[in-house]
Design a protein around this ligand. Sequence first.
Ligand code: F0G
Length: 348
Amino acid sequence: MPFARDVKPISLQEGGTPLVPSSGIGKGLGLQELYIKNEGQNPTGSFKDRGMTVAVTKASQRGARTLVCASTGNTSASLAAYAARGGLEAVVIVPSGKVAAGKLVQATVHGARILRVKGNFDEALGLVLEVVRENPALYLMNSINPYRIEGQKTLAYEVFEQLGGRVPDYVVLPVGNAGNISAIWKGFLELKSWRISDRLPRMVGVQAAEAAPIAEAYEKKRDHVKPWGDARTVASAIRIGKPASWKKALRAIRDSGGLSMTVTDREILQAVDELASKEGLFVEAASATPVAALKHLRRTLGPRATIVCVATGNGLKDQESVKVDLERTPELSGGPDLLKALRDSTPG
Ligand code: F0G
């Protein structure tokens, strides 16, 4: 990390998340070694905390007072928590009506100032970049901030350790603004350049079918990404049409011999359901895209490949997308009703 040894980080003890071996999904697809890296167990419930600890510590060291980001939700929740921890102010700019309520609740309770802008995330980020350029008192906390990437790359180190000093064959992850795929690739490149590992994984970037500028560039073999004006998907975290780090992401995918592909909203919601019901992991919609992609990829990957799917965020934040109808669960009036209901639901 880019600090002298005596620097005390602004930390919530992020990272160290479980690498959970798949029990049901891998078997069903004929994949023998499938893991889910459960980033939803970070302090604010997403991988963003890995980078936020580094970037907020750096900002604090530099004497910044007001930290600002545009966000589809998780970055704002994470920034709000780490700013609170460091005694700094946070201002988060979100696209109005397009962020999961749980994430806005987090940003609010941690004391961030929330500004909603009409339009989408890409427009919100454009505004933030403009405002930061004009006002040096504001410190930019989006993943264009290189310190975010420095923190997020630690996922690669951790996976390597958790696999007993092995690099997986494939790392499959959702891609939105494209910071994370660039960060994880950087982590694996470092391990190799330091000769801690002798190989690299293939990076597989998954996007939602109607928010897929990077997958499109990959498929059409373009060396640049054309922005999508109207990105749409149930996976609100990755509803992004103009990814800021597109260049690094395309490089990670191509240099690693990986690929980029899309999955439909229907497939995403089915994968949320499968992760919850077969693995016991409740992830948000964006975080289920890798598992949705596995169905298309299983032949390409092969049965013996070591595959790590990154489950980037916790499902508890994004309850809108799963649409659970609690009214349909029975409400009982007393003991006898309860006994009968239990008897009816007990096999035999
Ligand atoms: N998964 C989740 C749960 C996310 O919140 C994000 C990004 C991604 C995947 C994609 O990561 O942008 O590095 O490619 N969320 C950002 C936010 C944009 O504002 O919270 P990426």
